[in-house]
Ligand binder design. Structure first.
Ligand code: TYD
Length: 204
């Protein structure tokens, strides 16, 4: 494939500030790197369908169907945006990726192995970061939002799955329960450290 860039994934609960942090990280890294900031569900056909038709209580599909749709969106997103950017040597920052499927659809009762299997064709990220905020805090922050995946119990189960991958060393945990500038500084420093350790992978 001739991948020359670096693929970084930012994960976290709804309301954890991961989207803000992904933006702040992109802004900081843009000074030194050619960056693509993107997200899942993506803006492609499948991602738009998910956003518009699947995320609200009255529109929920069976969890298996959700997992398949997120996996389909991931493949579409990979071909349309992620892979071309990596081939151009970009540093790709993706707000949510496979760990979101493992955490959300996994905590919804699906086997993590099956979720991995249906995502086996998607590119593996180089680094995956989990912005960790206690479920009680994200619930406070989410009062106004309508997304369906946000009750305290659900958030706790989702966080458990994320922490499982932190323990395995697949996700790097950043404490997100601090002022956003402090979190952003640490995240930036961590990513620079990771980039340094991966020196030679990145062309520019
Ligand atoms: P989110 O990034 O929180 O969207 P927004 O920026 O609009 O707040 O993602 C929307 C929801 O999709 C979120 O509740 C988590 C869920 N989701 C999954 O359940 N599985 C997945 O694989 C992905 C990518 C997202």
């Amino acid at each position: 494939m001739g991948k020359k860039g670096i693929f970084i994934v930012i994960e976290g609960l709804d309301g954890s500030g991961k989207t803000t942090q992904a933006k702040l990280l992109a802004k900081k890294l843009e000074k030194t790197h050619n960056v693509l900031l993107t997200a899942e569900p993506s803006c492609g056909k499948t991602g738009s369908f998910i956003r518009e038709d699947c995320l609200y209580e009255d529109k929920r599909l069976p969890t298996e169907a959700e997992a398949l749709l997120f996996a389909a969106d991931r493949i579409e997103h990979m071909y349309s945006e992620v892979k071309p950017a990596l081939e151009n040597g970009k540093l790709v920052i993706c707000d949510r990726y496979i760990y979101s499927s493992l955490a959300y659809q996994g905590s919804g009762g699906l086997s993590l192995e099956w979720i991995k299997t249906i995502n086996a064709r998607a590119l593996q990220p180089d680094f995956s970061i989990f912005i960790d905020v206690p479920p009680e805090r994200v619930i406070e922050r989410l009062q106004r939002k309508k997304s369906v995946m946000e009750t305290l119990e659900t958030q706790q189960r989702v966080r458990e799955v994320y922490l499982k991958y932190v323990a395995k060393g697949e996700l790097v945990r950043v404490d997100g329960d601090r002022p956003k500038e402090v979190v952003a500084e640490e995240l930036h420093a961590k990513v620079l450290g990771l980039l340094k350790s991966a020196k030679g992978l990145l062309i520019d």
